[in-house]
Design a binder for this molecule. Structure first.
Ligand SMILES: NC(=O)c1ccc[n+]([C@@H]2O[C@H](COP(=O)([O-])OP(=O)(O)OC[C@H]3O[C@@H](n4cnc5c(N)ncnc54)[C@H](O)[C@@H]3O)[C@@H](O)[C@H]2O)c1
Length: 302
Protein backbone atom coordinates (compact mmCIF):
# COMPACT_ATOMS: atom_id res chain seq x y z
CA UNK A 1 0.00 0.00 0.00
CA UNK A 2 1.35 3.43 -0.88
CA UNK A 3 0.29 6.28 1.38
CA UNK A 4 1.45 9.89 1.37
CA UNK A 5 2.75 10.05 4.92
CA UNK A 6 4.56 13.38 5.01
CA UNK A 7 3.02 16.17 6.99
CA UNK A 8 4.77 19.20 8.38
CA UNK A 9 4.69 18.65 12.14
CA UNK A 10 7.28 21.33 12.80
CA UNK A 11 11.00 21.09 13.43
CA UNK A 12 12.75 18.04 14.83
CA UNK A 13 13.86 18.56 18.41
CA UNK A 14 17.58 18.30 17.76
CA UNK A 15 19.19 18.50 21.20
CA UNK A 16 16.90 15.75 22.53
CA UNK A 17 18.33 12.49 23.84
CA UNK A 18 19.29 9.86 21.23
CA UNK A 19 18.51 6.26 22.16
CA UNK A 20 21.08 4.37 20.07
CA UNK A 21 19.73 1.02 21.29
CA UNK A 22 17.01 1.53 18.64
CA UNK A 23 19.54 0.61 15.91
CA UNK A 24 21.08 -2.39 17.68
CA UNK A 25 20.67 -5.49 15.49
CA UNK A 26 19.75 -3.44 12.40
CA UNK A 27 21.54 -3.65 9.05
CA UNK A 28 22.91 -0.38 7.70
CA UNK A 29 24.35 0.21 4.23
CA UNK A 30 26.64 3.25 3.95
CA UNK A 31 27.85 4.27 0.51
CA UNK A 32 31.20 6.05 0.65
CA UNK A 33 31.65 4.68 4.18
CA UNK A 34 35.41 4.17 3.98
CA UNK A 35 36.49 7.73 4.73
CA UNK A 36 35.44 11.02 6.31
CA UNK A 37 31.83 11.32 7.47
CA UNK A 38 30.78 7.91 6.13
CA UNK A 39 33.46 6.22 8.23
CA UNK A 40 32.31 8.17 11.32
CA UNK A 41 28.73 6.96 10.69
CA UNK A 42 30.00 3.37 10.25
CA UNK A 43 31.89 3.47 13.57
CA UNK A 44 28.88 4.95 15.40
CA UNK A 45 26.44 2.32 14.07
CA UNK A 46 28.86 -0.51 14.91
CA UNK A 47 29.24 0.93 18.40
CA UNK A 48 25.45 0.96 18.73
CA UNK A 49 25.29 -2.75 17.83
CA UNK A 50 24.22 -2.50 14.18
CA UNK A 51 25.72 -4.49 11.29
CA UNK A 52 27.27 -2.14 8.72
CA UNK A 53 27.91 -2.67 5.03
CA UNK A 54 30.40 -0.19 3.61
CA UNK A 55 30.01 0.25 -0.15
CA UNK A 56 32.95 2.25 -1.43
CA UNK A 57 35.62 2.39 -4.12
CA UNK A 58 38.29 1.58 -1.56
CA UNK A 59 38.41 -0.30 1.77
CA UNK A 60 37.94 1.62 5.02
CA UNK A 61 41.01 3.13 6.65
CA UNK A 62 40.23 1.28 9.90
CA UNK A 63 39.61 -2.43 10.43
CA UNK A 64 36.27 -3.72 11.73
CA UNK A 65 35.42 -7.13 13.23
CA UNK A 66 33.86 -9.41 10.57
CA UNK A 67 30.71 -9.74 12.64
CA UNK A 68 30.30 -5.95 12.85
CA UNK A 69 30.95 -4.65 9.35
CA UNK A 70 31.75 -5.77 5.84
CA UNK A 71 33.34 -3.86 2.96
CA UNK A 72 31.95 -4.25 -0.57
CA UNK A 73 33.87 -2.68 -3.43
CA UNK A 74 31.34 -0.49 -5.18
CA UNK A 75 31.31 2.41 -7.59
CA UNK A 76 27.93 4.02 -6.90
CA UNK A 77 27.69 5.16 -10.53
CA UNK A 78 27.62 1.51 -11.63
CA UNK A 79 24.17 -0.05 -11.15
CA UNK A 80 25.54 -3.61 -10.98
CA UNK A 81 27.98 -2.63 -8.21
CA UNK A 82 25.15 -1.24 -6.11
CA UNK A 83 22.97 -4.32 -6.72
CA UNK A 84 25.91 -6.43 -5.52
CA UNK A 85 26.30 -4.26 -2.40
CA UNK A 86 22.62 -4.64 -1.47
CA UNK A 87 22.65 -8.38 -2.17
CA UNK A 88 25.79 -8.80 -0.08
CA UNK A 89 24.10 -6.88 2.75
CA UNK A 90 21.14 -9.26 2.72
CA UNK A 91 23.39 -12.33 2.61
CA UNK A 92 25.93 -11.24 5.22
CA UNK A 93 23.82 -9.40 7.77
CA UNK A 94 22.61 -11.29 10.84
CA UNK A 95 18.96 -10.26 10.31
CA UNK A 96 19.13 -10.72 6.48
CA UNK A 97 17.24 -7.46 6.04
CA UNK A 98 18.13 -3.94 5.05
CA UNK A 99 16.88 -1.42 7.60
CA UNK A 100 18.84 1.80 7.10
CA UNK A 101 20.65 3.13 4.02
CA UNK A 102 22.86 6.20 4.01
CA UNK A 103 23.44 7.55 0.50
CA UNK A 104 26.64 9.27 1.53
CA UNK A 105 29.17 8.76 -1.31
CA UNK A 106 30.00 12.12 -2.80
CA UNK A 107 32.74 14.08 -4.49
CA UNK A 108 33.43 17.77 -5.00
CA UNK A 109 35.29 19.41 -7.84
CA UNK A 110 35.62 22.25 -10.33
CA UNK A 111 33.02 24.83 -11.25
CA UNK A 112 31.04 24.56 -14.49
CA UNK A 113 32.70 27.78 -15.69
CA UNK A 114 36.26 26.51 -15.14
CA UNK A 115 38.42 26.74 -18.27
CA UNK A 116 37.01 29.97 -19.73
CA UNK A 117 40.55 31.21 -20.39
CA UNK A 118 41.53 28.12 -22.43
CA UNK A 119 42.07 28.59 -26.19
CA UNK A 120 39.22 26.27 -27.08
CA UNK A 121 36.01 25.49 -25.13
CA UNK A 122 36.54 22.69 -22.64
CA UNK A 123 33.77 20.14 -22.08
CA UNK A 124 32.97 20.35 -18.37
CA UNK A 125 33.11 17.09 -16.45
CA UNK A 126 29.78 15.80 -15.16
CA UNK A 127 31.44 13.28 -12.82
CA UNK A 128 30.11 15.10 -9.74
CA UNK A 129 26.55 14.71 -11.02
CA UNK A 130 27.22 11.04 -11.80
CA UNK A 131 28.41 10.25 -8.27
CA UNK A 132 26.29 12.63 -6.19
CA UNK A 133 23.02 12.44 -8.12
CA UNK A 134 22.98 9.34 -10.35
CA UNK A 135 24.62 7.29 -7.58
CA UNK A 136 21.98 8.51 -5.12
CA UNK A 137 19.18 7.70 -7.58
CA UNK A 138 20.45 4.12 -7.89
CA UNK A 139 20.74 3.84 -4.08
CA UNK A 140 17.19 5.18 -3.73
CA UNK A 141 15.68 2.72 -6.17
CA UNK A 142 17.40 -0.24 -4.53
CA UNK A 143 16.48 0.95 -1.03
CA UNK A 144 12.81 1.15 -2.03
CA UNK A 145 12.91 -2.32 -3.61
CA UNK A 146 14.45 -3.97 -0.54
CA UNK A 147 12.55 -1.98 2.11
CA UNK A 148 9.24 -3.03 0.52
CA UNK A 149 10.22 -6.68 0.72
CA UNK A 150 11.77 -6.56 4.19
CA UNK A 151 9.32 -4.39 6.13
CA UNK A 152 5.56 -4.48 6.60
CA UNK A 153 5.48 -0.82 7.72
CA UNK A 154 7.05 1.91 5.52
CA UNK A 155 8.33 3.69 8.64
CA UNK A 156 10.71 0.80 9.27
CA UNK A 157 12.82 1.48 6.16
CA UNK A 158 15.05 4.51 6.65
CA UNK A 159 16.89 6.24 3.81
CA UNK A 160 19.20 9.14 4.65
CA UNK A 161 20.55 11.46 1.95
CA UNK A 162 23.72 13.50 2.20
CA UNK A 163 23.03 16.94 0.80
CA UNK A 164 24.95 19.98 2.02
CA UNK A 165 24.43 23.53 3.14
CA UNK A 166 25.34 24.08 -0.54
CA UNK A 167 21.96 22.54 -1.34
CA UNK A 168 20.34 25.58 0.29
CA UNK A 169 22.57 28.58 -0.35
CA UNK A 170 24.31 30.32 -3.26
CA UNK A 171 27.91 29.23 -3.65
CA UNK A 172 29.46 31.02 -6.59
CA UNK A 173 32.53 28.81 -6.94
CA UNK A 174 31.08 25.30 -6.78
CA UNK A 175 28.15 25.36 -9.14
CA UNK A 176 28.23 21.70 -10.23
CA UNK A 177 28.61 20.44 -6.64
CA UNK A 178 25.84 22.75 -5.42
CA UNK A 179 23.58 21.68 -8.28
CA UNK A 180 24.09 18.07 -7.20
CA UNK A 181 23.22 18.88 -3.58
CA UNK A 182 20.14 20.92 -4.55
CA UNK A 183 19.23 17.82 -6.57
CA UNK A 184 19.55 15.50 -3.59
CA UNK A 185 17.43 17.85 -1.49
CA UNK A 186 14.81 17.92 -4.28
CA UNK A 187 14.76 14.14 -4.42
CA UNK A 188 14.05 13.96 -0.69
CA UNK A 189 11.15 16.43 -1.05
CA UNK A 190 9.61 14.36 -3.84
CA UNK A 191 9.98 11.04 -2.01
CA UNK A 192 8.87 12.03 1.48
CA UNK A 193 5.19 11.84 0.54
CA UNK A 194 5.42 8.48 -1.22
CA UNK A 195 4.92 6.38 1.89
CA UNK A 196 7.36 3.72 0.68
CA UNK A 197 10.04 4.47 3.30
CA UNK A 198 11.18 7.25 5.61
CA UNK A 199 13.53 9.66 3.89
CA UNK A 200 15.45 12.56 5.39
CA UNK A 201 18.41 14.73 4.45
CA UNK A 202 21.55 15.73 6.29
CA UNK A 203 22.98 19.06 5.11
CA UNK A 204 26.44 19.70 6.56
CA UNK A 205 28.26 23.00 6.74
CA UNK A 206 31.99 22.55 6.04
CA UNK A 207 33.56 19.73 8.08
CA UNK A 208 37.26 18.82 7.88
CA UNK A 209 37.43 15.58 5.86
CA UNK A 210 39.55 14.35 2.92
CA UNK A 211 36.93 15.70 0.46
CA UNK A 212 38.71 19.08 0.60
CA UNK A 213 42.35 20.03 0.12
CA UNK A 214 44.05 20.91 3.40
CA UNK A 215 45.22 24.37 2.23
CA UNK A 216 41.68 25.23 1.08
CA UNK A 217 40.24 24.06 4.37
CA UNK A 218 42.76 26.10 6.38
CA UNK A 219 42.04 29.29 4.46
CA UNK A 220 38.25 28.80 4.71
CA UNK A 221 38.53 28.11 8.43
CA UNK A 222 40.41 31.39 8.96
CA UNK A 223 37.91 33.31 6.84
CA UNK A 224 34.95 31.92 8.79
CA UNK A 225 36.61 32.54 12.16
CA UNK A 226 36.91 36.22 11.25
CA UNK A 227 33.11 36.14 10.93
CA UNK A 228 32.64 34.37 14.27
CA UNK A 229 31.89 30.99 12.70
CA UNK A 230 33.71 27.69 13.18
CA UNK A 231 33.67 24.69 10.89
CA UNK A 232 31.09 22.05 11.82
CA UNK A 233 32.09 18.79 13.54
CA UNK A 234 31.90 15.23 12.22
CA UNK A 235 30.58 14.09 15.62
CA UNK A 236 27.58 16.43 15.19
CA UNK A 237 26.91 14.94 11.73
CA UNK A 238 26.91 11.54 13.47
CA UNK A 239 24.38 12.84 16.02
CA UNK A 240 22.15 14.16 13.22
CA UNK A 241 22.24 10.82 11.41
CA UNK A 242 21.55 8.86 14.61
CA UNK A 243 18.72 11.23 15.53
CA UNK A 244 17.00 10.41 12.22
CA UNK A 245 17.86 6.70 12.25
CA UNK A 246 16.56 6.08 15.78
CA UNK A 247 13.27 8.01 15.63
CA UNK A 248 10.62 6.43 13.35
CA UNK A 249 8.47 9.57 13.56
CA UNK A 250 11.00 11.65 11.59
CA UNK A 251 10.22 11.80 7.87
CA UNK A 252 10.82 14.46 5.24
CA UNK A 253 13.12 16.72 7.26
CA UNK A 254 16.51 18.25 6.53
CA UNK A 255 18.91 18.46 9.45
CA UNK A 256 21.80 20.83 8.91
CA UNK A 257 25.12 20.23 10.65
CA UNK A 258 26.18 23.70 11.65
CA UNK A 259 28.83 25.63 13.60
CA UNK A 260 28.11 25.40 17.30
CA UNK A 261 27.79 29.20 17.41
CA UNK A 262 24.62 28.69 15.35
CA UNK A 263 23.19 25.78 17.35
CA UNK A 264 24.84 24.48 20.54
CA UNK A 265 24.07 20.84 19.63
CA UNK A 266 25.87 21.33 16.28
CA UNK A 267 22.83 20.37 14.21
CA UNK A 268 19.39 21.79 13.62
CA UNK A 269 16.25 21.31 11.58
CA UNK A 270 16.52 23.70 8.62
CA UNK A 271 12.74 24.19 8.22
CA UNK A 272 13.23 25.33 4.62
CA UNK A 273 11.38 22.63 2.70
CA UNK A 274 7.80 23.75 3.42
CA UNK A 275 5.74 26.75 2.41
CA UNK A 276 3.77 29.00 4.73
CA UNK A 277 0.13 27.93 5.03
CA UNK A 278 -1.97 30.06 2.66
CA UNK A 279 1.01 31.40 0.66
CA UNK A 280 1.02 31.30 -3.14
CA UNK A 281 3.51 28.44 -3.20
CA UNK A 282 1.48 26.51 -0.62
CA UNK A 283 -1.52 26.84 -2.92
CA UNK A 284 0.45 25.63 -5.94
CA UNK A 285 2.01 22.81 -3.90
CA UNK A 286 -1.42 21.57 -2.82
CA UNK A 287 -2.64 21.66 -6.41
CA UNK A 288 0.26 19.51 -7.58
CA UNK A 289 -0.29 17.07 -4.72
CA UNK A 290 -3.86 16.58 -5.91
CA UNK A 291 -2.72 15.23 -9.31
CA UNK A 292 -3.11 11.49 -9.58
CA UNK A 293 0.06 10.63 -11.45
CA UNK A 294 -0.46 6.93 -10.78
CA UNK A 295 -3.34 7.00 -13.27
CA UNK A 296 -0.83 7.82 -15.99
CA UNK A 297 1.76 5.27 -14.92
CA UNK A 298 4.16 7.71 -13.24
CA UNK A 299 4.83 5.95 -10.01
CA UNK A 300 7.57 4.33 -8.00
CA UNK A 301 7.04 1.45 -5.72
CA UNK A 302 3.39 1.31 -6.69
N1 LIG B 1 32.97 17.37 4.51
C1 LIG B 1 32.14 18.36 4.26
O1 LIG B 1 32.41 19.55 4.54
C2 LIG B 1 30.80 18.09 3.65
C3 LIG B 1 29.85 19.13 3.66
C4 LIG B 1 28.61 18.89 3.09
C5 LIG B 1 28.32 17.67 2.54
N2 LIG B 1 29.27 16.69 2.53
C6 LIG B 1 28.90 15.41 1.90
O2 LIG B 1 29.14 14.34 2.78
C7 LIG B 1 29.43 13.16 2.03
C8 LIG B 1 30.71 12.53 2.56
O3 LIG B 1 31.79 13.43 2.31
P1 LIG B 1 33.15 13.43 3.14
O4 LIG B 1 33.40 14.83 3.50
O5 LIG B 1 33.12 12.40 4.18
O6 LIG B 1 34.18 13.06 1.97
P2 LIG B 1 35.31 11.94 1.87
O7 LIG B 1 36.04 12.25 0.60
O8 LIG B 1 36.09 11.84 3.12
O9 LIG B 1 34.48 10.59 1.70
C9 LIG B 1 33.77 10.29 0.53
C10 LIG B 1 33.81 8.79 0.34
O10 LIG B 1 33.05 8.50 -0.84
C11 LIG B 1 33.76 7.56 -1.60
N3 LIG B 1 33.39 7.66 -3.01
C12 LIG B 1 33.69 8.65 -3.89
N4 LIG B 1 33.23 8.34 -5.10
C13 LIG B 1 32.61 7.14 -4.99
C14 LIG B 1 31.95 6.29 -5.89
N5 LIG B 1 31.83 6.61 -7.20
N6 LIG B 1 31.44 5.13 -5.43
C15 LIG B 1 31.57 4.78 -4.13
N7 LIG B 1 32.20 5.54 -3.22
C16 LIG B 1 32.72 6.71 -3.65
C17 LIG B 1 35.22 7.89 -1.37
O11 LIG B 1 36.07 6.78 -1.69
C18 LIG B 1 35.22 8.24 0.10
O12 LIG B 1 35.44 7.10 0.91
C19 LIG B 1 29.53 13.60 0.57
O13 LIG B 1 28.29 13.33 -0.09
C20 LIG B 1 29.74 15.09 0.67
O14 LIG B 1 29.32 15.78 -0.47
C21 LIG B 1 30.49 16.86 3.08
Amino acid sequence: MVVAFYENRGPVDCPSEIDTSAVAGKTVIITGGSSGLGLCYAKAFVEAGAFVVIADLQPPTVAFEKAQAVFVRCDVTVWGDQVNAFETAVKRSPNQKIDIVIANAGIAGPDVLAGLSCDTPQEPSTKIIDVNVIGTLYTTNLSGWYFRRHHDDPRKGCLIFMSSINGYIDSQSSSIYSTSKFGVRGLMCCLRRKGVFRVNTIAPWIIATPIMRKDFLESVEKEFQSMGLDLAYAQDAVSAVLRVATDPSINGRSLAVVPRQVAPSGYMDLELDDFDEGSTMDRLQKAVLAISYNKYGHTIGG
